[in-house]
Design a protein around this ligand. Structure first.
Ligand SMILES: Nc1ncnc2c1ncn2[C@@H]1O[C@H](COP(=O)(O)OP(=O)(O)OP(=O)(O)O)[C@@H](O)[C@H]1O
Length: 671
């Protein structure tokens, strides 16, 4: 790569600026150049490339930052798509400057690899001089390092924007960076980067405090459940354990340490139990409350902890506990991935209150399977599950398909008329797949049906009341469609009572479990083994077509396999060609989408007072099985089980009660 100034000319300028004889840089860059010369003794005439760690050392560092990577991956993919620049890369670096994860187009990644910009490379300021990632780590605030701002001339074709990511303790844990060839994008990318960092930080709070109640608030109700909301996590006893940036800002606390440990009623003029109760009564619409300090009014929603706190595999000290947990399964499909299970859990509660659920996910990621699982576990499970693919129907047919028509309503109509899909889904679930493809004119009609809960088939004046649960799905970016004016904003908000993102197969924690499960299904129940090299290949493949593609590959492989053993040569040649190649940084399939957080939740129907085990939905049944397994293993010692799950005894007792697990103890507390 060539620099814009001759390398020597650039080096000369660096010296001049640091010695106070040159100008044209920001204070941030001048200070960084001074550090490079005086503290790190770097010579701008002798450019250095970053050290690239060996695979094992990189894995070690990834393990250390596993939860940050977990929270960042999907957001990084979204950011990459929002930037829409194939000559850019989005990277996450740890506190030492090591690139842990990178999202880039393969061609750009290859080219960047030549200057040592690849996973495992260490971009600290002290080794490669001024650069977005390394300099951001030093100053701890957002930085933009334009082309000529780099210390070494070899990097002056690049522009970096970087922002720090802080954990719930306020410690800097990573830096998110966009590096691009374009000089123009930095302002734009800094804004998007800042938002992405905030999303990652919010996710980190959720992940680290899953056993606590999330409390969402804002002074304006429409901002609750958005990136601007304040978020607190509150333990059973009402004490605040963490707060996001917006919460600190809105409540006027300088840092998380200033608010941590305070009781929620020291902050708001109410208790946790009261907010929980009022939130449930309002179907999780924000309820007003006042701040104790300033008599400001806020709108608040509190939720019960979203999941049974199955600890993350990576969390230190919990590995054994996880390994010993019985596998968590959904009703008819493998949902061993902790995140999916948690989403299923939240979505089950939401759908039970007839709040629409919107699923995102790449093609073949299992959106319909997830929707069916939701239906099966819902109060309308005895009704029909009616799926409509809005993309596969011609525009002219969607209307009659959805709304139905009376006999003779139009030329070609069936003589008997037709009951539309919406009516078929009465007391059941309507699944609108590829909702982004619904024509604008029909969007208005659908919105009316959702608002009025009644329908008028084509060619009739009559209105028929209808009661159904709605799940919609799209692999397209609906907010973008809204921005482009092809999707109604009001419908988008109506559909997205809860947004759930299904991770692509390559990112699922239960990938191996799924692999064997699909194999067993395709082998019609016959037990099959997979040779280690074939398994390694299947596990490392990026699967752009997700579970559907995996199923097709295994379907053919099972036919080709000799007996009950699946060998490498049974796999398609295109897959085998990847072998021995070092894994590429992830190339983003064009249709991949951002995975927004689950944004609403409500109490499970289990608290309704119905004591029948049959009343448990499949998600609760899975939770129940996990708990029973763990209780058994810990010889029914409640303290040990609570400790193993990293939740309080009270929380555990409440869960046991809700999941109808009786204890012999007479002091079984009931909440
Ligand atoms: N959890 C799962 N366990 C086993 N198989 C699954 C699971 N999820 C999805 N599949 C399989 O993957 C395939 C695609 O699933 P599904 O139709 O639900 O994906 P989708 O995301 O709705 O796809 P599209 O975006 O194309 O509509 C199906 O063959 C399904 O059986």
């Amino acid at each position: 790569m060539s620099s814009m100034l001759e390398p020597r000319g650039h080096a000369h300028r660096v010296h001049e600026v640091v010695e106070g004889r040159g100008s044209g840089t920001t204070d941030l860059v001048t200070s960084s150049w001074a550090r490079c010369l005086k503290d790190y003794h770097l010579d701008p005439d002798k450019p250095l490339q970053p050290t690239v760690l060996a695979e094992r050392a990189l894995e070690e560092r990834r393990k250390r930052s596993a939860d940050v990577i977990d929270c960042a991956k999907l957001e990084m993919t979204t950011l990459y798509q929002q930037l829409g620049d194939r000559e850019s890369a989005v990277v996450l670096v740890d506190t030492e400057g090591t690139i842990l994860h990178m999202v880039a187009a393969p061609e750009f990644a290859r080219e960047m690899g030549k200057v040592g910009f690849c996973p495992g490379a260490v971009w600290s300021e002290s080794t490669v001089g001024t650069n977005g990632m390394g300099t951001c780590l030093v100053v701890g605030e957002p930085v933009a390092v334009r082309q000529q701002d780099h210390f070494f001339g070899v990097y002056t074709t690049l522009t970096c924007s970087a922002v720090p990511i802080f954990d719930p303790d306020g410690a800097l844990v990573a830096v998110l960076d966009v590096t691009s060839r374009s000089q123009l994008m930095q302002q734009h990318s800094l804004v998007l980067l800042g938002m992405t960092a905030q999303m990652i930080e919010n996710r980190l709070i959720d992940l680290r405090f899953r056993e606590a109640c999330p409390v969402h608030f804002h002074s304006r109700p429409e901002f609750v459940y958005t990136l601007h909301e304040g978020k607190l996590v509150v333990a059973d006893d009402g004490s605040i354990r963490a707060a996001n940036r917006s919460a600190l800002f809105q409540l006027g606390y300088p840092s998380v340490h200033a608010i941590r440990g305070k009781k929620i009623d020291e902050v708001f003029q109410t208790t946790l139990a009261d907010i929980l109760q009022r939130s449930a009564r309002s179907s999780f619409h924000p309820v007003p409350t006042f701040c104790t300090q300033r008599s400001n009014r806020f709108f608040v929603v509190a939720q019960e902890p979203a999941t049974l706190s199955v600890p993350s595999v990576e969390r230190a000290g919990t590995r054994q506990v996880v390994a010993s947990l019985p596998p968590v399964r959904g009703p008819e499909c493998a949902f061993g991935d902790d995140r999916i299970l948690s989403q299923l859990n939240v979505a089950a509660r939401v759908i039970a209150r007839q709040i629409p659920v919107l699923l995102h996910g790449e093609t073949g990621a299992g959106k319909e399977v997830f929707a069916r699982a939701l239906h099966k576990g819902s109060p309308f499970a005895s009704g029909a599950f009616v799926a409509v693919n809005c993309a596969s129907l011609p525009e002219s047919l969607i209307e009659s398909e959805l709304f139905g028509y009376r006999a003779g309503a139009f030329t070609g109509a069936q003589r008997t008329g037709r009951r539309g899909k919406i009516l078929q889904a009465d007391r059941g679930t309507l699944f609108l797949d590829e909702i982004g493809d619904m024509p604008l004119t029909l969007q208005a009609r659908l919105l009316r049906v959702l608002d009025e809960r009644q329908i008028s088939p084509l060619g009739t004046e009559e209105t028929i009341p209808v009661d159904f649960q709605l799940v919609s799905a799209s692999h397209r970016n609906l907010p973008k469609l809204v921005a482009d004016g092809v999707f109604r904003e009001d419908l988008y908000y109506r559909l997205s009572g809860l947004e759930v993102s299904l991770p692509p197969l390559r990112e699922r924690a239960d990938k191996r479990e799924l692999l064997y499960r699909v194999l067993q299904e395709e082998a019609a129940g016959q037990r099959m083994t997979i040779d280690p090299d074939a398994e390694a290949l299947l596990m490392s493949h990026p699967w752009p077509g997700n579970l559907r593609q995996l199923r097709h590959v295994l379907r053919t492989a099972v036919v080709l396999a000799a007996g009950d053993r699946l060998r490498l040569e049974d796999l398609p040649p295109a897959l085998r060609q990847r072998i021995a190649a070092r894994p590429e940084p992830m190339a983003v399939p064009p249709a991949a989408l951002r995975e927004p957080e689950a944004v609403a939740g409500s109490e499970l129907g289990g608290d309704s007072g119905d004591d029948e085990l049959a009343a448990l939905n499949p998600v609760q049944a899975s939770e129940r099985a996990v708990l029973l397994g763990l209780l058994e293993q810990q010889r029914w010692n409640v303290s040990n089980v609570a400790k193993a799950l990293d939740i309080s005894r009270n929380t555990l007792y409440r869960r046991l009660h809700r999941l109808r697990i009786p204890l012999s103890h007479s002091d079984f507390p009931v909440q």
